[in-house]
Ligand binder design. Structure first.
Ligand code: HMG
Ligand code: MG
Length: 305
């Protein structure tokens, strides 16, 4: 039997303010986004993806990201990051004084074309000056690889396609990889297939897993990556919101509170405060027009309820 004390402490990246909100159709007011992020800052989380400097035509909900960064209360020790697709986005991110940027591409050509309007090779070339300038500004760089297991247009994606993109991103000098199950279709079997190959060429600490929870397997996938491969980096979204407009049918990200509970129940050391996460999601709820998909959101009482 695996001794959980030999396994690493999970590190969570809270992507709720970006991935969680980007697919919400009703515009969320600036002050609500700011209050949500400020509340998340108090939950014990180490990093929050607070916005995206992308085309407002592509993702209208992220149009106010500059103002979000201007208005949030930055808590010492918390990293506030943002998505950046190109040099134009980087300029805005630098002006907004982000702590870290994330570039994003995919293992599927069709998804990448729909999402950022270029091929995988073109996206890597686009990132070259972005990564170099971010490094000059001493900003760490994360790189997302979407559709790492399944693509909504191309179906199953083999590990070799992911590894080819990983090699190019590592050569660019990115610090961290986030491996995206964009449509939430992966199983523990798929996770093993990919990690067996991936961990032969990248540092364990540089790998984050980004699971959407469409089929309810996200927590099982994360626990597999942690208990069998000692992966410690996981993305999650408070309340379980999320999805990409170019990934039809995708469910939300695994809910932060559900993932933290799954790890805690598996005897991992967890420092996140679940009632405080519930308090943060309660601020968003009245503005969504629908319920949040999180399991624990239904179990932990809302503050004042
Ligand atoms: P394009 O149309 O090819 O770009 O879009 P362009 O360079 O030809 O510019 C067209 C217009 O966009 C111009 O404005 C530019 O100024 C503007 P116009 O002259 O027409 O008024 N523009 C920008 N505006 C603001 N910020 C920018 C920017 N760049 C250009 N940075 C582009 C290419 C990449 C910009 C566009 O396709 C885009 O923004 N896509 C973003 C898509 C996106 O954000 N998707 C969701 C995030 S990815 C995701 O969710 C997956 C993830 O969670 C992991 C997983 O689950 O797998 C990360
Ligand atoms: Mg995502």
């Amino acid at each position: 039997m695996i001794d959980p004390t030999t396994l690493p402490t999970p590190r969570f990246v809270e992507v709720g303010p970006r991935d969680g909100l980007q697919n919400e159709h009703v515009p969320i007011p600036l002050e609500v986004k700011v209050a949500f992020i400020d509340a998340l800052s108090e939950t014990g989380v180490r990093e929050i993806e607070a916005g995206a400097f992308v085309s407002p035509k592509a993702i209208p909900q992220m149009a106010g990201s500059f103002e979000v960064f201007e208005n949030i209360r930055r808590k010492e020790g918390v990293i506030y990051s943002a998505l950046v697709p190109n040099e134009e986005g980087l300029e805005r991110a630098l002006e907004a004084e982000v702590d870290k940027i994330a570039v994003f591409t995919a293992a599927s050509e069709t998804f990448n074309q729909r999402n950022i309007n270029c091929s995988i090779a073109q996206s890597i070339e686009r990132f070259r000056p972005v990564v170099a300038k971010a490094k000059d500004a001493k900003l760490p760089v994360r790189a997302y690889i979407s559709t790492a297991y399944y693509c909504p247009y191309e179906g199953h994606i083999g590990p070799e396609k992911v590894l080819a993109v990983v090699d190019r991103l590592i050569a660019l000098g990115v610090d961290e990889l986030s491996i995206g199950d964009t449509i939430g279709r992966a199983s523990p079997f798929d996770v093993r297939m990919l990690l067996e190959h991936l961990l032969r060429r990248v540092r364990l600490e540089s790998v984050f897993m980004h699971f959407h929870d469409t089929y309810g397997l996200a927590a099982a996938n994360a626990l597999t990556a942690w208990s069998e491969y000692k992966i410690s980096g996981f993305d999650s979204s408070a309340g379980g919101l999320g999805g990409c407009p170019y990934a039809p049918g995708a469910g939300g990200n695994v809910a932060t509170e559900d993932l933290a509970f799954a790890f805690g129940a598996s005897r991992a050391r967890i420092t996140l405060d679940l009632p405080k996460i519930r308090a943060a999601t309660a601020l968003l709820e009245p503005h969504l027009g629908h319920a949040m998909p999180s399991h624990l959101g239904r179990i932990i009482p809302k503050p004042g309820a």
